[in-house]
Design a protein. Structure first.
Length: 402
C-alpha cells in the first residue's frame, strides 16, 4: 500500500475580493504600456501552471489592465476601448481607472458595469509621474481628503448594484513629510472598498531606493475589515513570502518583478500554495516565451509592425543575465517583423541554462528620488482650494494612452 505524502500547507488563504475568490493571493500591478491583453494572457497561463503545481484551485491571480483614464473612457476614445478589452476566458476581468473628478470616475464606472465590461475595478492613487502629480492626480490626490473620499464613494456607489468590487492602490504619501496612506486606507475601507494595496514608497521616491515594508504592516494594523495588499521590491517568490511574514499582509501586488519574466506567476502561485517548485528556463525556453509574447502583441494591435515595435522594450528584460552580446541585443531592439525576430533568434546559442543570480533581482528603471511636481499651494491645505479645482479638472486631459 502506497501512502501519498501530505499536500503542502498553503502560506495564505485565497484572497477574497467581494464575490471573487482568488486562489493565489497575487495581483499583477497595472503598468502603462505593459499590462495589455497580450501580456496578461502570458501571465495568466503561467499563474495557472503554478496553481496546479501547488494543488490549489480558484481563479489563479488577479491580472489588472494598464491604467485607463476615466475621461477618455467616458468619451470612448478608440485606444481606450481597445485597452479595456479582455480575452474570452479572462476572469475576473479587471480594469484600473485613473480619475480626479468624482462625477467623471462615477460615469466611467457606470459605463464599465452597465455594459458588462469589467468584473473588478481598481482605482489609481499611486502614479508618481510628474505630468499626473503636477495636476493633483495620482499619488498627490489623497492629500485632499474630501476629493479622495468623493472619488472612492462615487466608484463604489456605481459598482455596488452590479456586485463589482472596487479596490484602491496608493502610495505612502507625497514625500516623507506628507504621508497619506493611513488616512486614505481608513477612508477607502469606510467607503466600501473591497481591498487596499500599498506601494511602500512615496511619490518622491518614484521607483528608487528601498520600499519600506513596515508601512504595509502599519496599514494592516489600521485597516482590519478588508484585505491589505503589499507592493514594492518583489523580485521573486521568496521576496513575496518574506513580505507576508514581515507585514502580515493578505496578498501581494507584483509589478516590475515580472517584466520579461511572466513565469514569476508560476513561482508565486506555487510558493503561496506551499510548493517549492520554481521555473528556471533555458534561453531556448525564454525566447519561446518572447516569441509568443510578440505574436500576442501582433494579434492585440492587429498590426505586425506595431506589435513588433511593442516587443522591443521587453527584449532586454527577457534576456537579462544571458550571454547574448551587445550587438545582438541592439539588432533585436530594432525588429520590425516576426520573421526578422525568428531570424535573429535562430543565431543565438539557445542551449544556455538559466543564469541564476545574473537574471534575478531588479528589473526596469529605478531612477532617483525627486521633488514631486504639484499644483501651486497644494500642500497648504488638506481641502481643495479655488484655483486648484481647475488644475485638477485638467489632470485627466493631460494623461495620454487611456
Amino acid at each position: 500500500m502506497t501512502i501519498s505524502p501530505p499536500a503542502p500547507a498553503p502560506v495564505l488563504p485565497p484572497l477574497q475580493l467581494g464575490r471573487f475568490t482568488i486562489g493565489s493571493p497575487v495581483v499583477l500591478a497595472p503598468m502603462a504600456g505593459i499590462t495589455n491583453r497580450a501580456f496578461r494572457r502570458l501571465c495568466r497561463q503561467y499563474g495557472a501552471e503554478g496553481l496546479a503545481a501547488g494543488g490549489a484551485s480558484g481563479a489563479t491571480s488577479l491580472y489588472v489592465s494598464e491604467m485607463i483614464t476615466s475621461r477618455a473612457l467616458v468619451e470612448r476614445t478608440p485606444i481606450t476601448m481597445r485597452l479595456i478589452e479582455h480575452d474570452p476566458d479572462e476572469h475576473p476581468r479587471s480594469v484600473q481607472l485613473y480619475g480626479v473628478d468624482p462625477a467623471t470616475v462615477g460615469a466611467a464606472v457606470q459605463l464599465l458595469v452597465t455594459e458588462d465590461r469589467a468584473d473588478h475595478i481598481d482605482l489609481n492613487f499611486g502614479c508618481p509621474v510628474p505630468k499626473v502629480t503636477r495636476k493633483g492626480g495620482g499619488a498627490a490626490l489623497p492629500w485632499k481628503l474630501d476629493l479622495f473620499r468623493g472619488i472612492v464613494s462615487a466608484a463604489v456607489r456605481e459598482a455596488a448594484p452590479y456586485d463589482v468590487p472596487v479596490t484602491v492602490k496608493m502610495r505612502v504619501g507625497i514625500d516623507s513629510d506628507h504621508v497619506t496612506f493611513l488616512e486614505a486606507g481608513r477612508i477607502a475601507e469606510g467607503e466600501g472598498a473591497a481591498a487596499v494595496a500599498l506601494h511602500a514608497r512615496t511619490a518622491a521616491q518614484a521607483y528608487s531606493g528601498q520600499a519600506d515594508w513596515s508601512r504595509i504592516a502599519e496599514l494592516k494594523q489600521a485597516v482590519t475589515s478588508i484585505p491589505v495588499l503589499g507592493n514594492g521590491d518583489i523580485w521573486s517568490a521568496e521576496d513575496a513570502l518574506r513580505m507576508v511574514r514581515e507585514t502580515g499582509c493578505d496578498g501581494v501586488v507584483v509589478g516590475r518583478g515580472c517584466l520579461g519574466r511572466p513565469w514569476l506567476f508560476t513561482d508565486l502561485a506555487a510558493a503561496f500554495a506551499g510548493s517549492e517548485a520554481r521555473v528556471r528556463p533555458s534561453l531556448r525556453e525564454v525566447v519561446a516565451v518572447l516569441r509568443r509574447h510578440a505574436e500576442y502583441l501582433v494579434e492585440f494591435h492587429e498590426d505586425e509592425g506595431r506589435g513588433c515595435r511593442e516587443i522591443r522594450k521587453h527584449i532586454a528584460w527577457y534576456l537579462k543575465g544571458f550571454s547574448v552580446g551587445g550587438e545582438m541585443r541592439h539588432r533585436l531592439g530594432l525588429v520590425d517583423s516576426l520573421a526578422a525576430l525568428d531570424d535573429l533568434i535562430g543565431t543565438l546559442d539557445l542551449d544556455q541554462p538559466w543564469p541564476g543570480e545574473a537574471a534575478e533581482g531588479q528589473r526596469g528603471r529605478a531612477g532617483s528620488a525627486r521633488q514631486v511636481a504639484l499644483p501651486e499651494g497644494w500642500l497648504d491645505s488638506r481641502e481643495l482650494q479655488g484655483a486648484q479645482r481647475e488644475a485638477v479638472a485638467q489632470a485627466e486631459l493631460d494623461v495620454s494612452g487611456g
